[in-house]
Ligand binder design. Sequence first.
Ligand SMILES: NC(=O)C1=CN([C@@H]2O[C@H](COP(=O)(O)OP(=O)(O)OC[C@H]3O[C@@H](n4cnc5c(N)ncnc54)[C@H](OP(=O)(O)O)[C@@H]3O)[C@@H](O)[C@H]2O)C=CC1
Ligand SMILES: O=C1OC[C@@H](O)[C@H](O)[C@H]1O
Length: 339
Amino acid sequence: DPPDAKVKHIIQCIGTSSLEKGQKFVKEYCPSQNPQLYDSYEKVYNDPNVDIVYIGTPHGYHYRDCMQAIAAGKNVLCEKAFTLNAKQAREIFAAAKEKNVYIAEAMWLRHRPLYRKLLELLHQDKVIGDITRVFADFASEIDIPSLPVTSRYRDLSLGAGSLLDLGIYSLTWLAVALEEKGSANTEMPRIVASQSQEEGIEVATTAVLQYPGGRQGIATSTTKAKGPPGRVFVVIHGTNGHVEVSGDATSVPEFFTVYEKQERYGGASKVFFEKDEYEHTEYRFPVVGLGFVWEADNTALDVLAGRKESSIMPWAATVHMMDIMDEIRRQGGTVYPGE
Ligand SMILES: NC(=O)C1=CN([C@@H]2O[C@H](COP(=O)(O)OP(=O)(O)OC[C@H]3O[C@@H](n4cnc5c(N)ncnc54)[C@H](OP(=O)(O)O)[C@@H]3O)[C@@H](O)[C@H]2O)C=CC1
Ligand SMILES: O=C1OC[C@@H](O)[C@H](O)[C@H]1O
């Protein structure tokens, strides 16, 4: 809990396949909380002292885990990617509606103050005019063949592949810029996508999304390599300037820079401009811990207020994202077992 946390969070209990692993986890991450350790997830769902269950299992288990928690009448915060496909997401939301419980996808990026501020500057203040193009990439070098076959990066039934794990962040940056208010716009963009597979696992995705008015975005992800030197992961073009987003990772942004169009901007016969020659404004947002606290606070406030959906990550935004990723996988040839 940082000093300005809006809610006091209590880790009441933890469900794990291994109590020994659970003890190690508690010692390392929450020694002062002394949570009850359970040797099954079901015991968490049935603990009457639990207000909300946080599901942090691999993607392929989210459907099972959400459905079981909902059946037990619990509120749920479930990690991204919410499910393997949109069909599973729709079924979970229908079950949550039936049981009248809260459920939200834990897309921590959307809860960050940086993301909220960028939304406001782009759409309310229109600092770079009308947005025309966006580039967003998440490249992370993961030596998949060296991992155990049970790893979520290798096991197709767990949702292995760069898109659900990393590409979802690139798509979320496209949403901040190209979708009205950055969420809950359910109009499908036109999509052209390509994916590469190695040993049956998708290792690279490139997707072009085109929105009404010709606005375009390119979202990419790969587990084959790191990104280029530097820390810029997202570039947004507008009719009146540019924004660059930088940080430790595409999921952990720390600052963004707004280059507003000036007199000289684009005046020379160059296709680029030297950054330092142009006035710019940098917006910095210190990351607290790893950056989960804003999502934790917002979720707790939702539950305390009796809401069933998150205003930051409403059900429609999750289904929309899953629909987009389904279409990218359809074109890219990535199929999960049972689909
Ligand atoms: N790693 C990160 O930085 C972030 C990850 N996420 C999301 O969080 C979720 C989990 O990711 P991550 O923590 O890296 O995943 P892990 O592979 O570390 O799995 C998390 C837990 O799930 C259970 N689990 C893992 N593999 C299996 C398996 N093969 N069979 C049964 N249970 C298994 C284990 O719990 P136990 O054995 O204790 O029951 C494990 O500790 C994903 O949805 C991911 O996208 C979100 C933000 C950041
Ligand atoms: O933020 C993240 O960075 C690394 C990924 O493997 C992880 O799942 C993701 O959420």
